[in-house]
Design a protein around this ligand. Structure first.
Ligand SMILES: NC(=O)C1=CN([C@@H]2O[C@H](COP(=O)(O)OP(=O)(O)OC[C@H]3O[C@@H](n4cnc5c(N)ncnc54)[C@H](O)[C@@H]3O)[C@@H](O)[C@H]2O)C=CC1
Ligand SMILES: NCC(=O)COP(=O)(O)O
Length: 330
């Protein structure tokens, strides 16, 4: 079988994204025999970080014209991108924001054009990218826009729980007006189809959260359930999708409900993700559903306080890599 070529965009240079690449190169479990990992990043930065961490990693320049191959433990293949400013672990420098975006551009273009079979993203710092004058709300939205995909879905998964979101990086004040019946339906359809095709759930069972406390309490605590979410559920059921709700979010995340479900759909970021991270932080993956390519990501952020210290956990990165590989080989 042909080896898969997976891109790892190493993200914010002052964060732990580069450290993750170095530790992955040294971890047997993270060197799958069926894939070649290409780190999109900067060789000097990786060399400096390896030195800071006391790691012995051999950096090899990536050549896109050569077929993927299996590299020995301790070797890291690097697709070179130039930095614009100095990098100090833990200290953000807006001068490097364009570099971060260049990594994502390469990843997206490479996946669309067949250079890469999938991308796993390292963490970026959304704030510093915006500080540099570049509007950016997240990888999810960036990859959707770059690949001209009108609707994608953010789903995080850890063993025993998958949580997908109707809205992603939106100020809380804008969430209620963003929720409407067509959006709830299209998100649910993407989740149901991905569960079937990419996650081996032949008959996906989906639990849908309400937006308001107690799912609106029959309209006494908010009207979005009656106006948008319930009609969407009725339509989806008529189309054969096994979805129930709207459930109060403080009820549905109980084992009693979750044990009979393949995914929960939450209405907004902080309704679903804290539960997911409480259950599986460090052993969870973020997946963008609906893109024309496979994109997975770590479940955490830039961890600026840990960059260059060696006190990091690469569990989520390993899981994200493994998930990407499973998704491209299925
Ligand atoms: N996939 C991505 O690109 C994501 C990026 N972010 C960005 O990260 C930035 C910082 O976000 P925070 O809320 O501080 O979350 P964070 O995940 O960076 O850090 C929260 C805490 O967890 C620790 N931590 C995180 N990952 C760790 C790891 N692998 N090993 C050991 N400790 C780890 C950190 O040291 C910190 O104490 C924000 O700008 C945010 O936008 C946040 C989530 C995902
Ligand atoms: N909390 C997860 C998160 O915000 C990651 O977003 P994205 O950069 O993957 O879109």
């Amino acid at each position: 079988m042909k080896l898969k070529r997976i891109a790892y965009s190493s993200g914010e240079p002052a964060g732990i994204g580069p450290d993750i690449a170095l530790y992955l190169a040294l971890a047997q479990a993270s060197q799958p025999s069926s894939a070649e990992l290409v780190v999109l990043g900067n060789k000097q930065l990786l060399q400096d970080r390896a030195h800071q961490l006391g790691l012995d990693v051999s950096l090899v320049e990536y050549d896109a014209s050569r077929p993927p191959q299996h590299w020995p433990l301790g070797t890291l293949l690097v697709a070179e991108h130039a930095l614009a400013g100095t990098v100090t672990a833990g200290e953000l420098n807006p001068a490097n924001s364009r570099y971060v975006l260049n990594l994502l551009d390469h990843a997206c273009r490479g996946c669309l054009q067949g250079e890469f079979d999938a991308v796993m993203t390292g963490p970026v710092h959304k704030g510093v990218i915006n500080d540099a004058g570049i509007a950016f709300s997240g990888h999810t939205e960036f990859f959707a826009e770059q690949s001209q995909t009108p609707q994608v879905v953010m789903m995080l998964a850890t063993p025993g729980l998958r949580v997908a979101l109707v809205t992603t990086h939106l100020p809380l004040s804008q969430v209620p007006s963003a929720i409407n019946q067509p959006l709830v339906e299209s998100v649910t359809e993407i989740v149901a189809s991905a569960l079937k095709q990419q996650f081996a759930c032949p008959q996906p069972r989906i639990l849908m959260c309400g937006l308001n406390p107690h799912a609106g309490e029959q309209g006494h605590l908010g009207g979005e359930e009656i106006e948008h979410i319930e009609p969407a559920i009725r339509d989806l059921k008529q189309r054969g999708i096994d979805v129930s709700g709207p459930w109060p979010a403080d009820t549905v995340f109980q084992p009693h409900y979750l044990e009979n479900a393949d995914a929960v759909i939450a209405m907004y970021h902080d309704q679903g993700l804290p539960v997911l991270k409480y259950r599986g932080f460090g052993n969870a993956v973020n997946i963008t559903l609906g893109l024309p390519f496979v994109r997975t990501s770590v479940d955490h952020g830039t961890a600026l306080d840990k960059a260059g210290t060696g006190a990091i956990d690469i569990g989520s990165a390993s899981y994200a890599l493994e998930t990407a590989l499973t998704m491209v080989t299925e």
